[in-house]
Design a protein around this ligand. Structure first.
Ligand SMILES: *Cc1c(COP(=O)(O)O)cnc(C)c1O
Length: 344
């Protein structure tokens, strides 16, 4: 990702051959307005003081089901031709938040949903799924295996697969956050975005680079198991074993056959940084103590990037706080000043 690739004068030409364009994002925004929340950006005086420039927190943690994933899920389901009530159903595989989002959106729209999850998904997230009236299938050692089960159901039942990230409409849905950021905090110079499969980052980068190519877009992952970062370095999608992280929503691969998010992230994103576990824990504690804000690890990595100086901002910045779904016992430990439970 050499910086010269994203010069403003180049951006029009460069974006035309990418799988998702600004028009997709604008169309997704039209389709999903009645299902998702236009989340606020709240100023963080504590972070602003820390970095010496104004910092806003884009609170996607306030979406129904506690993460931004309702945007992509709604954009994908509502992109199906015909009446939504005529769909045979929808299926997905998910580390938790995407599954919850698909189940929630499907229920809102009156469509049946099946969610396939791997054995590693925390118990709290499985229970939350079951509470959303969908069929939950637990099994498989990884996100990739769970996705294989979902693909089989597509063949068997004729249901629509809602991929967690590598899909044009899903990326377009997540990109609506980028439109809102530019609208709500027009003086921003850097946007920090949690990164796993890259749907969130690719969507936001598509919206921002098409409208404000001067704004820097930075991806943030946990240090271990950062598959997109490793893939960017290799020059092609690679596979890696999953490891335990506070940012469990950032676990999982990008798919060796990735055709949407990898090319977009490679071309449009300025930088990707990696965050250590203890710094994620500190960022979760920072959000709780300064803002009374409950963030899961994945939702706090952007704050960590600023607190640690992993990303240096020279002007106003926006941190996408992607999710709220932290285990309650972790929150209790944070509130009482306890140490990171995954390393002690
Ligand atoms: C899914 C998720 C991410 C990462 O999104 P990708 O599109 O897979 O990169 C980040 N934060 C939270 C809370 C998530 O649920």
């Amino acid at each position: 990702m050499p910086p010269e690739q994203i010069r403003p004068e180049d951006s029009g030409e460069l974006t035309t051959h990418l799988p998702v364009a600004l028009d997709h994002v604008l169309a997704a925004r039209e389709r999903i307005t009645h299902v998702v929340v236009r989340t606020p950006i709240v100023p963080s005086s504590a972070l602003s003081e820390h970095v010496g420039a104004s910092v806003g927190l884009k609170l996607e943690s306030l979406q129904p089901t506690g993460s931004f994933k309702v945007r992509g899920a709604a954009a994908r389901i509502l992109a199906e031709p015909g009446e939504v009530a005529d769909l045979a159903g929808v299926v997905t595989a998910s580390t938790g938040n995407h599954g919850r989002a698909v189940a929630h959106v499907a229920r809102q729209l009156g469509v049946d949903a099946v969610v396939c999850v791997s054995d590693h998904v925390p118990a709290g997230k499985v229970a939350a799924l079951q509470a959303l009236d969908c069929e939950v299938r637990v099994g498989g050692d990884s996100q990739a295996e769970a996705l294989g089960v979902a693909a089989e159901l597509v063949d068997e039942r004729g249901v629509v697969l809602v991929h967690p990230f590598d899909d044009v409409e899903v990326v377009a849905g997540q990109g609506t956050i980028g439109l809102e950021v530019i609208d709500q905090q027009p003086d921003t110079t850097t946007v920090l975005v949690p990164l796993s499969g890259g749907g969130l980052l690719a969507g936001i980068a598509t919206a921002i680079k098409a409208t404000r190519p001067d704004v820097r877009v930075v991806g943030v992952s946990m240090r271990h198991g950062a598959v997109m970062a490793a893939s960017l370095e290799a020059g092609h999608p690679v596979d890696m074993p999953e490891s335990t992280s506070l940012a469990d929503s950032l676990q999982g691969g990008i798919g060796l056959d990735n055709g949407v998010t990898f090319p977009i992230v490679r071309e449009l994103v300025d930088e990707v940084v990696l965050i250590d576990e203890d710094d994620i824990w500190a960022a979760m504690g920072f959000a709780l103590s300064h803002h009374r804000l409950a963030l899961e690890g994945a939702g706090a990595v952007g704050i960590a990037a600023l607190l640690t100086g992993a990303v240096d901002v020279g002007g106003p910045a926006t941190v996408v706080c992607s999710g709220a779904n932290v285990e309650l016992d972790h929150l209790a430990t944070l509130a009482t000043g306890g140490a990171n439970p995954l390393t002690t």
